[in-house]
Ligand binder design. Sequence first.
Ligand code: FES
Ligand code: FE2
Length: 393
Amino acid sequence: MALSPAALPSGGLPSELVEHINRPTIRAAGLPNEAYTSEAFLMLERERLFNATWTCIGHACTVPAPGDVRPVDFLGQPMLMVRDRDGEVRVFHNVCSHRGNQLVREPCRFPARIRCPYHAWTYGLDGRLEGTPHIGGPGRHENEGFDRGAHGLKAIRAAVWMDLVFVNLSGDAPPFERHIEPLANRLHGFTDSDQYERMRPAATHGRFELEFGGNWKLVIENNLESYHLPFVHPELNARSRLEDHYHFYGGDLFAGQGSNLYQPGAGDNAAAFHRFEGWPDRISEYPTLFPNVFIGVHYDHVWSLMLFPLSPDRTREYWQVYYVGDTADDPSHDAARETSMVGWRNIFIEDMGVVEGMQRGRSSPAFRGGVFSGVMDEPTHHFHKWVANRLAR
Ligand code: FES
Ligand SMILES: [Fe+2]
């Protein structure tokens, strides 16, 4: 079913299309082209998919020390990640309470307070408004009738899990602990507390960013299935074949793929990485946590990837890897960390070609949502239903 773009802004997908998407996989329709090309659709997604739930906006390790701040722009919404004096990560709207200047433009460190570049009002790392120079006239830093206590930074509901910083902008999603519980349970061999504490961000070769010329949903869809493995990732497939993979689902929260035949890919040094106890040697799992996180769990390293939609046809990926104990920063593991990071980056670059190809295909009037394999594309269809049911008119 084709939609005119004008049909979308007024409140989402027509109910008959949603019904078609909700059919059993082999008979289901996919999301229409406009869901991948329309600015209005992306704005609807911002309200109903991203802001309504817990969305990831960063890795906590990118603000490592108290006073570190990092501005984040998520679909035009300026936010600020802050590491406070107690070492906790907080998130605020990145806007000065005075005249609405964007408070912080670049990642930086404020030893004590955050200073607005416009009229130099200052805020504590807890968001409290502390300084209002000359507000009452030259040399008078108070103004009768002005209550500083009422004009601190506006906090955003936030939570940190597996070093990922999540926010709920609508403020009414269920508590984060309840929200994440099904995925925490699935990864319990890893997320039980002492494993967790051993996870450290790699000091070198720990992160990369990639920009895709495709809609964010195409990046997610491609991550969800292993069907493309032999054709897009022949090298990876030689180590962990299509038939060694399985799919899994976690209701409204996640879906993904796993392998029963994980073999470390970091060359001769691979065996030297310390291991996360409690995670089986042979199993690697790649859950996609809706809406914008992709996680890879292996016995010797863990990574997470966050997606930022930039526009209907552009998406940026932020990848961050963690190792156990000193294998995260020991110089003698530097080469192994590099091999591992380059290997993963190459896999995502291989994916880029098909994501961008699918985006170009979304301009074809001959494509109307496509069809799904009832076996191999089930996680993709699961995600289409997740999107469609939230964007139903
Ligand atoms: S806008 Fe920030 S101090 Fe005036
Ligand atoms: Fe892939």
